[in-house]
Design a protein around this ligand. Structure first.
Ligand SMILES: C[S@@+](CC[C@H](N)C(=O)[O-])C[C@H]1O[C@@H](n2cnc3c(N)ncnc32)[C@H](O)[C@@H]1O
Length: 243
């Protein structure tokens, strides 16, 4: 029996930072669709309005994509290049709802969405009035997805593929659903170096075991489209860095 899309998505290979140029172009949805089909030839991208997010829209993999075992070639492609950006992860959705409900003051602030994927958290920050939003993702396809989705929502986001391209600290760093792999925990310190305040939203960790972060809220949210994740991943926990 083969592994399904969910297995591949939640058991990724460790990642490391690379450097590329700042992305300023506004690429079309068709280009993003072609990127998705490199790994999942039968997949589509559908435009989805997110619940509780003031009309925030994202181009996401079609909800009726088969959940069964994948062909081994497709499986290999997914493991090699998982299209995380084609999902809105539960933690990103919860963080977007949190920002758009005005629970975190972002107005006139510079915000970094680190591990942006679809760009959901950064787009929400921009819609909530952030002065400038920068999205950073190690995956060039995620950078493209963030740019396309920002365009879909009529907000401006600067997209970078490495923190080396961030030239001055930001006011707030958002980390949504990036702690799915122990290898990514180093991102927490990189986030602290990159900004004055760090906000983590994550459904995969119950506690951070760091005394420089405090848990302060929880919210229920599911990944879109529904990956059939275990119920234990429905609760998204929020942690804030201590001042
Ligand atoms: C599970 S997705 C979450 C995406 C989005 N924040 C959300 O909540 O929907 C995790 C993202 O973190 C990115 N990522 C992993 N390691 C990274 C690193 N070292 N630097 C930047 N992004 C990274 C992945 O490429 C992926 O797009």
């Amino acid at each position: 029996m083969g592994r399904c899309l969910y297995d591949a998505a939640v058991n990724p290979t460790p990642t490391k930072l690379t450097t590329t140029k700042l992305t300023t172009a506004k690429p079309p949805l068709s280009k993003l669709r072609r990127r998705l089909r490199r790994t999942l030839p039968d997949a589509r991208l559908d435009i989805n309005s997110l619940p509780g997010c003031r009309g925030l829209k994202l181009a996401l993999i079609n909800a009726d994509y088969p959940q069964g075992p994948l062909h081994p070639d497709v499986m290999r492609a997914v493991i090699h290049q998982p299209a995380y950006w084609s999902f809105c992860w539960g933690s990103g959705l919860a963080l977007a709802q949190h920002l758009l409900a005005g629970k975190e003051e972002v107005r006139d602030k510079t915000v970094l969405d680190l591990g942006s994927g679809s760009g959901v958290a950064g787009i929400a920050a921009a819609m909530a009035g952030a002065q400038r939003v920068i999205a950073c993702d190690i995956d060039p396809d995620a950078c493209l997805a963030t740019a396309v989705n920002a365009e879909l929502n009529g907000v401006a986001i600067d997209v970078i593929q490495s923190l080396d391209q961030l030239h001055r600290p930001v006011d707030l760093v958002l980390l949504a659903d990036v702690l799915y792999d122990r290898a990514n925990f180093g991102l927490i310190d990189l986030a602290k170096n990159a900004g004055t305040r760090v906000l983590i939203a994550d459904s995969r960790i119950r506690e951070l075991s760091r005394d420089d972060f405090t848990p302060f809220a929880e919210r229920e949210a599911r990944t879109l489209p529904n990956l059939g994740e275990f119920d234990e991943f429905r609760v998204v926990r929020f942690f804030e860095s201590r001042q």
